[in-house]
Design a protein around this ligand. Structure first.
Ligand code: GRF
Length: 196
């Protein structure tokens, strides 16, 4: 029996979710059990289907005014949550149910360029506008404030003079794909977190 069961929460494309499906496909003690989304049009749902991972879509009302999402996770014996491009603030009842068992990835070096409204291209635009010469990724535990939980891992990359938000996003995505599943695995299995 698999001891560690991950639920992925994704609102959009789901390219990080796809990396988790690949990385944990034949893992001995960790499985990706389900994918949940707040967005019926999220391509992440198609990716889940293609990978034979069950999925659910929930409304704002169900997420914030009931604990049905938690009940669903309990039914599946979910032990960990991975946010992968999930756009809504996670409510307290869910955070309390997964203490230090809920991860997020942010496409910048927190605490800089985090918080409400700092997502996707907004982050990269701000980094470029401030003439930063490096950016990167932050993997952190989730608490009740956007991008505020304890940082577990960071990896860095240069910001080049010729970069626009798209070219910087591509460089950062590569770091995300390389490290996010591996760092989550290390934390779950209580192993040393990799260094960049
Ligand atoms: C990633 O850049 C991640 O850092 C952020 O949302 C993006 C999700 O991309 N939290 P995708 O949906 O995994 O392609």
């Amino acid at each position: 029996m698999t001891e560690n069961k991950i639920a992925i929460f994704a609102s959009g494309n789901g390219s990080n979710a796809e990396k988790f499906f690949d990385y944990f496909r034949n893992h001995s003690s960790i499985e990706i059990t389900c994918l949940l989304s707040n967005n019926i049009d999220a391509y992440a749902l198609t990716r889940a289907q293609n990978n034979e991972v069950q999925s659910r879509v929930f409304s704002r009302k169900l997420f914030y005014d009931s604990e049905e999402v938690l009940e669903f996770l309990k039914q599946l014996s979910i032990t960990h949550i991975v946010l992968a491009g999930f756009m809504w603030l996670v409510p307290k009842y869910l955070i309390n149910a997964f203490p230090n068992r809920m991860f997020n990835i942010h496409p910048a070096l927190l605490p800089k360029y985090g918080g409400k409204g700092m997502y996707g291209h907004h982050v990269h635009e701000a980094v470029i506008a401030n003439s930063e010469n490096e950016s990167g990724i932050s993997i952190h535990f989730v608490n009740e404030v956007y991008d505020d939980g304890e940082v577990i891992f960071q990896a860095r990359c240069p910001v080049k003079e010729e970069d626009d938000p798209d070219t910087l996003a591509q460089r950062i995505h590569k770091l995300e794909y390389k490290y996010y599943p591996e760092v989550v695995e290390a934390v779950i299995l209580d192993r040393e977190v990799p260094v960049q």
